[in-house]
Design a protein around this ligand. Structure first.
Ligand SMILES: Cc1ncc(COP(=O)(O)O)c(C=O)c1O
Length: 441
């Protein structure tokens, strides 16, 4: 694609005529600037994609992108992995919804349980946030309490009790939001014995740790939760089976009472799952009135199409090879990227594991393999959104697709040549932004 650093937006529009036409139609229908997801809102517009395979996707104008959106983190096997395609094709011909129990749902749950043995019971949902909604319901029934303890910038879905702090239009009277990394504050809240549930994102706030956890903070929560009778959930919707076959919790050696999963456990088809302690999950078991239990309806729970894709994908996650490869590639991207950024005198840095985050600003530390920014200042690490949006357009024009240039989601199959190309595109985009005056300090 042609690149004119002076007016990147004009160049982008010129090379995306088909996407532009669709965007104009979409503007008349979809209220969020023509987009169907907040993360797909972009000035001028994101490309309209017609096909994806492996690490690449193509838009309606024939532009090719190296993909680091990876289905909003739902893909670690790349797009259209042959095993998943075959499973879905076979299932679609046999029916997509029996409205009955079926063998795949049992096999799928057993595969998940092999990865996470602490999941004594499992329940499926159409998406990750529904799993978190059920975690709240079950914890309230189990403890007889109402309050939920959450941590700053953690995202668990768009529902009232799950969305990030200070979201307008949200009513969440029973949610207390506190900064992360302060166990004394956690204890102070839990000691009130008013909390049903304390929940934390796997890896850290947003997409596996844009604001990373100090693992010792998470390790300190289970004893406090136990002491004060609160249920502890780790939301592994992003990190579950992506970080390691046992999830992020196995990486840091913590077993929560409940775990929510989603994204990659469905092999690229919409899904959520909740699992954990049998006594808590058994609040789903129907009981005679007046004993309380949680009813769980949902047209798309464990539907055969998703289950077929999920089984095919989860079989491939068992030996940890895709996760090992994605972690190795993450380390490579971090190392190469940080080296190039440093050489060019840019103070921004890349960090993270299989999702590599970009910090666009000044840092006072030298990143090394596996190191994380030494700050738990959530707002700082989540900042510079507008600049990153501009960077996102520059990257798209260089054939690199990201979610708002905030992070690079890796699959097991990105190649080192692709990662080298990505680093070049990042540096050349930052150079262009410096030239056009859109890059801050
Ligand atoms: C950590 C986390 N939890 C929950 C969710 C919600 O999952 P879903 O979008 O499948 O409802 C997300 C979505 O990105 C997430 O990142």
């Amino acid at each position: 694609m042609a690149i004119n650093t002076v007016n990147i937006i004009d160049e982008y529009i010129k090379t995306h005529p088909g996407s532009k036409k669709l965007h104009e139609r979409a503007l008349k229908i979809f209220s969020a600037n023509g987009a169907t997801h907040t993360a797909r809102v972009l000035d001028p517009f994101r490309p309209y994609v017609v096909r994806a395979q492996g690490t690449r996707k193509w838009d309606i104008d024939g532009n090719e992108y190296l993909d680091y959106v990876m289905g909003h983190g739902a893909l670690i096997l790349g797009h259209a992995h042959p095993a998943v395609v075959q499973a879905v094709q076979e299932q679609v011909a046999k029916g997509t919804h029996y409205g009955e129990n079926h063998p795949f749902e049992v096999e799928w749950a057993e595969l998940i349980q092999r990865n996470m043995p602490a999941m004594k019971r499992i329940e499926f949902f159409p998406c990750g946030q529904e799993a978190n909604m059920m975690a709240i319901r079950l914890s309230r029934l189990f403890t007889g309490r109402k309050k939920i303890l959450r941590f700053a910038e953690n995202f668990h879905g768009w529902g009232d009790e799950l969305v990030v702090t200070h979201t307008p239009g949200v009513s969440n009277d029973y949610v207390t939001m506190i900064p992360g990394h302060d166990l004394k504050l956690v204890e102070k809240e839990l000691a009130t014995k008013e909390y049903a549930l304390v929940m934390a994102e796997g890896g850290g706030a947003h997409m596996a740790g844009q604001v990373p956890w100090d693992p010792d903070f998470i390790r300190g929560i289970p004893p406090l939760a136990k002491k004060y009778g609160t249920i502890f959930l780790i939301d592994e919707v992003v990190t579950g089976f992506r970080d390691a076959p046992g999830g992020w919790q196995s990486t840091i050696g913590v077993t929560p009472d409940l775990t929510s999963l989603g994204k990659i456990i469905g092999g690229g088809v919409g899904v959520g799952a909740l699992g954990g302690r049998a006594d808590v999950m058994d609040m789903l078991t129907p009981k005679a009135p007046p004993q309380p239990f949680a009813r769980h309806s949902g047209t798309w729970n464990a539907n055969p199409l998703t289950a077929a894709a999920g089984v095919a994908a989860c079989k491939l996650y068992l030996d940890g090879e895709p996760q090992r490869l994605a972690n190795e590639l993450g380390a490579y991207l971090r190392e190469k990227g940080n080296q190039a950024l440093k050489e060019k005198g840019y103070s921004c840095r890349l960090y993270g594991r299989t999702i590599v985050h970009l910090y666009l600003g000044s840092l006072d530390y030298e990143p090394t393999e596996g190191s994380l920014p030494p700050t738990s200042d959530a707002a700082k690490l989540m900042s510079k959104v507008d600049e990153k949006m501009r960077l996102c357009v520059h990257l798209l024009q260089r054939g690199i697709a990201t979610m708002g240039a905030r992070f690079f989601v890796l699959s097991a199959y990105h190649t080192k040549e692709e990662l080298d190309r990505t680093v070049d595109a990042l540096i050349s985009s930052l150079d262009a932004m410096a030239q056009e005056g859109s890059l801050g300090k």
